[in-house]
Design a protein around this ligand. Structure first.
Ligand SMILES: Nc1ncnc2c1ncn2[C@@H]1O[C@H](COP(=O)(O)OP(=O)(O)OP(=O)(O)O)[C@@H](O)[C@H]1O
Length: 244
């Protein structure tokens, strides 16, 4: 469904992505993991059209989308929920959701999409008239994901959806991720919480040095000692090492 080949991108003279190759198949949940600052957000921004690639290609359902404007990428069905939620704090929950349906394709189906979002996140219907800024952190995250769904994505990319949330809120957000997958929407998730990401992901890619350094199923990577040591804080004792 999504195919990224030899993708390069960065900021000014700093090349952050130095030849990323990855594929996402329809119906999968794919996790992108890697150390802080390695370029996971930059990768999502480049696929979304918020940042122009300097080389390489991004193809979605056979169509080249690399370098397209962000709104055109959304029209193709690729939607990103940015880190930090970025809600309109002084607008109602419902209005925040409606804003997500701004693209031509989604506008005529706004009422139907709202019902589907409320089906996944009933709390958003209860709180529909409330200002988004007064929601709890977990509810704001749900509202941000709901807003992404309003654009009718075929591929939904979530950047750090569990960051800063209490464990119970993380659990709810990931139940929603599964519900979204069950509705046939393909997901790419960037997650600091690697064990959480590998639990829900069908496959994952590990980014390092601007490239993909490892990939495999969630289970394979959970059992991979390099990944366990680097990201899961596990496996150290098995090798007789001590935690510094
Ligand atoms: N707007 C920007 N201008 C200049 N450099 C940037 C900008 N945004 C990010 N960077 C740099 O690009 C690199 C990759 O950042 P990015 O946010 O993509 O990493 P990340 O893997 O998502 O990290 P984190 O998990 O900490 O968000 C970092 O070194 C960061 O400092």
């Amino acid at each position: 469904m999504l195919s990224v080949r030899n993708l390069h991108a960065g900021y000014g003279d700093t090349e952050v992505l130095q030849g990323i190759d990855l594929d996402v198949n329809q119906g999968e949940v794919v996790a992108i993991i890697g150390a802080n600052g390695v370029g996971k957000t930059t990768l999502l921004r480049t696929i979304s059209g918020l940042l122009a690639p300097t080389a390489g290609s991004v193809t979605f359902k056979g169509q080249p989308i690399g370098g397209m404007a962000a709104h055109a990428v959304v029209e193709h069905g690729v939607v990103m929920v940015p880190e930090g939620r970025r809600l309109f704090q002084r607008m109602s929950v419902r209005r925040n959701l409606e804003v997500g349906a701004y693209v031509g394709r989604a506008r005529p189906r706004m009422a139907e999409s709202l019902r589907e979002v409320y089906d996944i996140f009933p709390i958003l219907q209860e709180r529909g008239a409330q200002l988004a800024g007064t929601l709890s952190g977990g509810q704001q995250q749900m509202c941000a994901i709901g807003r992404g769904l309003m654009a009718l994505p075929e591929l939904l990319m979530l950047d750090e959806v569990s960051l800063g949330l209490a464990p119970i809120a993380v659990k709810r957000v990931y139940e929603a991720v599964r519900a979204i997958r069950d509705r046939g929407i393909t997901l790419v998730i960037v997650e600091q919480n690697v064990s959480q990401a590998l639990r829900v992901a069908d496959r994952a890619y590990v980014i390092g040095g601007g490239r993909v350094v490892l990939s495999g199923t969630g289970r394979e990577l959970s059992n991979n000692n390099d990944v366990r040591r680097a990201y899961l804080g596990l496996g150290l004792h098995e090798h007789g090492e001590t935690i510094p």
